[in-house]
Design a protein around this ligand. Sequence first.
Ligand SMILES: Cc1cc2nc3c(=O)[nH]c(=O)nc-3n(C[C@H](O)[C@H](O)[C@H](O)COP(=O)(O)O)c2cc1C
Length: 216
Amino acid sequence: MPDTRSDMLLPEHVTIKPSVLYFGTPVVLATTRSPDGSTNITPMSSAWALSDKVVLGLGMTGQGAQNLQRDSECVLNFPSEVLQPNVERIARATGRNPVPEAKARMGYTHVADKFALGGFTPVGSEIVGPPRIAECPLQFEARAVAIHHAQGDKGSGHLSDLAIVETKVLRIHAHRGIVVSGTNHIDTARWKPLFYVFRHYFGPGPDLGRNFRAEA
Ligand SMILES: Cc1cc2nc3c(=O)[nH]c(=O)nc-3n(C[C@H](O)[C@H](O)[C@H](O)COP(=O)(O)O)c2cc1C
């Protein structure tokens, strides 16, 4: 039997305990309806696609998670890399009022209108109540179909009260500029998503090649 102990085979690797595990996923601006009828924008990045669903990881202290528990409809708006300054402008804001103590300690303040703060424009959705964000080239209208509650490791610095939200995607809007003309395919030479990597923002970098199943 070969010895597979990592300390013998990978001497250049060390054990670390980072405060977050944000290995690099696209930024999503989730629009949801608050109880007063206004629209909230939640910047987030713990999101991944699974067939016709997108699964979201949200802290329960945020307004976005509270809204999705009450009203399942949302829009997942995907900003391009050029929108990084706009995203960071709303990063310290929460729709929660009053701001929960845990969020206040992290430096969050309540902002009722994140569209104005971030320089975003609301535009009506076709199926769901919350509006889309006009500046985002890709927008998924969606509905939460299941919410699982989870606990992070208290005291570790990670969020502790979490919602894992399964959303079903109902309609997809893509700016003409990122669609291969006359097809349903995203033109990956033109779509420049914004990534969140260990709390830093990145663009996609050069195309390194296609998967054998790529359609465009
Ligand atoms: C780029 C970025 C990514 C983030 N990713 C997440 C995430 O995946 N899940 C989460 O709960 N919070 C995430 N946050 C933090 C929330 O945006 C923050 O809690 C905010 O207050 C939520 O707004 P809300 O309370 O109005 O919903 C992220 C923030 C930024 C700027």
